[in-house]
Design a protein around this ligand. Structure first.
Ligand code: GLN
Length: 490
């Protein structure tokens, strides 16, 4: 029998309503799994078993009295860059060690008010900067499919927790791919909605014009369900979009007959592993088999996206991270005067990658260089948006691999930042342009590691995106779970 913690939220929500199980049981099942595998996976930075059981008990009585929202009683994990009132939030950084936010980020506030259960906070690359989770100040996360491999990043803990059955679903953040890439490497569904669809209030900022909260789920329908509860205008985030709240699961099973699917030519070039290419091409054939019209399209400025991102994101980060000065929160290392105190605090509190980005960003924004770097990168950003506009005049959705490779060994790329950055080459364009994109598992490569296929849709066309992804998911029905999980059942 499938353990409760291995089931989808859609299924559990129906079971809860039918009185077949309780939130207390589901929550206990998640903690049992955490107990069984967490010493090897290390997805969590903080667990809150007692508080979660209290929330579960409250959810159960709410469900029993009828009319509870569909997310009530479903246990969730949150990436540790999302502020949680009264629960330590570190961003995977020593500089925020011990910091307890006095308020909740909006998506968690909404879910909490709707009866959701918080299992704990998940490990991530420091301040969400990374693609492998190895930049966390609290040690790496291990990929449940192969513990010697990275889970991807930066939201690696959230992805691994969902893959290993430690959480039913989770939230992460995606600034350049940090939801989609780890979802791809861990064999789960990762959705990055349109920029601004989900409020960023309480999301500790990395690069504000790119940061997007996204979901990790076991299936596309779960992603649509979770999105329905967290999307929508928030007066606390001026950049949140004024869209009406809606049920994104509606119409998800409408099929894709006649849908125009563009296969991105640039996404099958050098550096893409053969196992990734063949799995994604296979997914494209399946889309055609489902009645979609498939053609080739081009995003000609893809080559420049990575460079533009690595100017824009560090520039914004250098400004956002100026607030960590030892005065207001987290770590403080004393010094003879305030300047020395701040210098020492930042020197001791930030890891190597964060320092690299702050220096890159500060340089790119400095007088005399601003136009040549930041200004130029913003122009490239406009070209990328135009590429998409042109592609979407011919196609409804675009398809590419999510990541050029499957999971790689822990330690393999730590000394080579450029090789690490290249992992995001297919995910970054959707952040630069604000488009919604999703990664779903398309199969396993010859090493038995999950491959992800990415679908991208025009701004605010989450409906088309989810309908296409759902249809493809039904056609693929990825068999297999991480051995870590199947071994437990044996
Ligand atoms: N890996 C990318 C980076 O290091 C993206 C990170 C993210 O999306 N948060 O910046």
């Amino acid at each position: 029998m499938t353990a409760l913690c291995d089931r989808s939220a859609t299924e559990l929500s129906a079971m809860l309503r039918g009185g077949e199980t309780s939130s207390v049981e589901i929550t206990a099942s998640c903690f049992q799994r955490i107990e069984a595998v967490e010493d090897r996976v290390r997805a969590f930075l903080a667990r809150r078993e007692d508080a979660a059981q209290e929330q579960a008990t409250a959810a159960d009585s709410r469900i029993a009295s009828g009319g509870a929202p569909a997310v009530a009683g479903i246990p969730l994990a949150l990436k540790d860059v999302l502020s949680t009132r009264g629960v330590e939030t570190t961003c995977g950084s020593k500089i925020l060690d011990g910091y307890v936010p006095p308020y909740d980020c909006t998506p968690w506030k909404r879910l909490k008010d709707d009866g959701s259960v918080l299992l704990g906070k998940t490990n991530c690359d420091e301040f969400a900067m990374g693609s492998s989770n190895e930049n966390s100040a609290f040690g790496p996360v291990h990929n449940p499919w192969d513990l010697t491999m990275v889970p991807g990043g930066s939201s690696g803990g959230s992805a691994a927790a969902v893959a290993a059955g430690e959480a039913i679903w989770a939230l992460g953040t995606d600034t350049g791919g940090s939801v989609r890439q780890p979802a791809s490497l861990c064999g789960v569904v990762g959705l990055k909605p349109t920029y601004g669809l989900i409020s960023r209030y309480g999301l500790i900022a990395f690069a504000s014009s790119l940061d997007t909260i996204g979901t990790f789920t076991r299936g596309v329908r779960d992603a649509a369900m979770l999105l329905s509860f967290i999307a929508g205008k928030d007066l606390l985030d001026a950049t949140s979009l004024d869209t009406p709240r809606r049920d994104y699961t509606e119409g998800i099973d409408g099929g894709i007959d006649g849908l125009r699917v563009g296969v991105v030519r640039e996404a099958f070039g050098e550096g893409v592993e053969a196992g990734v290419e063949s799995s994604v091409r296979d997914a494209v054939d399946r889309l055609a088999g489902l009645g979609a019209t498939v053609g080739e399209t081009s995003l000609p400025h893809t080559d420049y996206a990575l460079s533009a991102y690595y100017l824009i994101a560090p520039s914004e980060a250098s400004s956002n991270l100026a607030r960590y000065d030892g005065v207001r929160y987290g770590l403080r290392v004393d010094g003879a005067d305030s300047i020395e105190m701040m210098t020492r605090t930042r020197g001791a509190g930030f890891g190597a990658e964060v320092k690299r980005r702050i220096m890159l960003g500060t340089y790119a924004l400095s007088a005399g260089y601003y136009e040549a770097y930041y200004g130029q990168a913003q122009k490239v950003r406009t070209l990328i948006i135009r590429d998409y506009e042109a592609a979407f005049s011919d196609f409804d959705v675009l398809v590419s691999p999510t990541s050029p490779t499957t999971a790689f060994p822990i330690g393999a790329k730590v000394d080579d930042p450029l090789a690490m950055y290249l992992n995001d080459v297919f995910t970054i364009p959707a952040n630069l342009s604000g488009m919604p994109a999703i990664s779903i598992p398309s199969g396993l490569d010859e090493k038995g590691l999950p491959v992800g296929v990415q679908i991208t849709a025009p701004v605010l066309r989450e409906d088309v995106l989810l309908r296409a992804a759902f249809a493809l998911e039904q056609a693929i029905a990825l068999e297999g779970r991480p051995r870590l999980v199947t071994d437990l059942a044996a």
